[in-house]
Structures are given as C-alpha cells and as structure tokens.
Design a protein around this ligand. Structure first.
Ligand code: URA
Length: 207
C-alpha cells in the first residue's frame, strides 16, 4: 500500500525559522552542483535530504536507489514506502521527520558507497545536521552506522541501542530494504521504533 496521502499532510514541526530554511535552501542548491566524487557522473541528480528541518530527529539511509535518483527525493521507492508505514506506526508521517542519506548520488547498480565516497559526501550531511540540530539520528542500516558512528560496526550487534558519539545520540536499526528481504527483522525494528517513540513522548533517552 502506498502512503501518498502523507505527502500532503502538514508537518507537526512546521514552524520553520526563516534563517534555517534559507540556510537549508542554500546548502541544497550548493550540493546540486557537487562533483566531488565520481558518483555524480553516473547519477541523474544529487538527492538531498527532505522533510522537516525542525524535526527532533533525522533518519539517515545509505544512498539513493533508482527511484530516488529519478525523482530527486530520498526513500521514495519500495524501501521508502515501508519506511512510511513504520513511521505511521508511531503516528508520524515523512513530513514530520528529516530524511537523508550518507551519499547523495546513486552508486552504480546500487552498490555500497566506498569509504572515500562516504567521507567526501559527509560534508553535506554535516551541514544538514547543523541546520536540523536533531535530538538524535536514526541510522537506517549498516552503511549509515559505519559512515556516522563506527567504521567496523555490525548492525546485527549494535541495533536497538542508544549510542553516543561527539555529543550526538544515534539509534541504529535495520534498513527497510533489509526488512523487505527478511521479514523476521520486522520485530526488532518495531522494538527499536518503540524506543524512539518513548523518547519523543518523554523526551528522555534510555535503554
Ligand atoms: N535506500 C537508501 O538507503 N536510501 C534511499 O533514499 C532509498 C533507498
């Protein structure tokens, strides 16, 4: 089932300060001309983050897939539709959260981005984090975990735990595409999102 209707819903966090919106527009525009790595050559466009820049949390995936590359928006393919359903289960829609990726250009044949590509592209992600100033970041899958927290991190071992690095809190969980391949991962992801929901309700972080 598609969740197109969520696209039109106003965000719970719509009260955007003009300065932050302006900064975000500037960075998005700058990123659209980025040629810092070879990924741009094979991609249709740079896929910058989307959603509410006033959201208390950000979700970070790996990189755009075929549909995202065409539409210029993160998580609009099958994995994105599942992500919409997961968000709906905790009473949110995609306009309530800020959604982005470790790399902004689609890697050829959806291969994993290299360590170098992630490092080069990280400047854009860092700028997004600086503007959104999230309370915490949800890491969708192993690539986001490796790119942001722990280069050798194992998602199976580290998911579902609040991690702290350089003053930022992270919640790693499985990537929605992994759930599509292996439905047994749905239960642990639901447990992880219940922890996220608790924090949003109580504004407290715990195990
Ligand atoms: N997978 C990702 O990691 N990001 C997207 O935007 C889409 C699929």
């Amino acid at each position: 089932m598609l969740f197109d209707e969520t696209q039109k819903q106003p965000s719970l966090f719509d009260n955007i300060a003009p300065k932050e919106k302006e900064d975000w527009n500037t960075v998005k525009e700058e990123s659209s001309h980025c040629k810092r790595c070879h990924l741009r050559e094979g991609a249709t466009q740079v896929v910058f983050g989307t959603g509410s820049i006033k959201s208390p949390f950000m979700m970070v995936g790996e990189g755009p897939g075929a549909q995202e590359d065409l539409e210029g928006e993160p998580f609009v393919g099958r994995a994105g539709q599942l992500l919409d359903r997961i968000l709906k289960a905790i009473n949110l829609n995609r306009n309530d959260v800020y959604i982005t990726n470790v790399v902004k250009c689609r890697p050829p044949n959806n291969r994993q981005p290299s360590v170098e590509e992630m490092a080069v592209c990280k400047t854009w992600l860092e700028k997004e984090i600086k503007i959104v100033k999230p309370l915490f970041i949800v890491l969708l899958g192993a690539t986001a975990l490796k790119g942001l927290v722990e280069p050798g991190g194992k998602i199976t071992r580290m998911r579902g735990q609040w991690l702290e690095k350089n003053g930022m809190l992270y919640m790693p969980t499985y990537h929605p595409a992994a759930l599509l391949r292996d439905p047994s991962k749905k239960k642990p992801v639901w447990e992880d999102f219940k922890k996220i929901q608790q924090v949003l309700i109580k504004k407290e972080v715990g195990q």
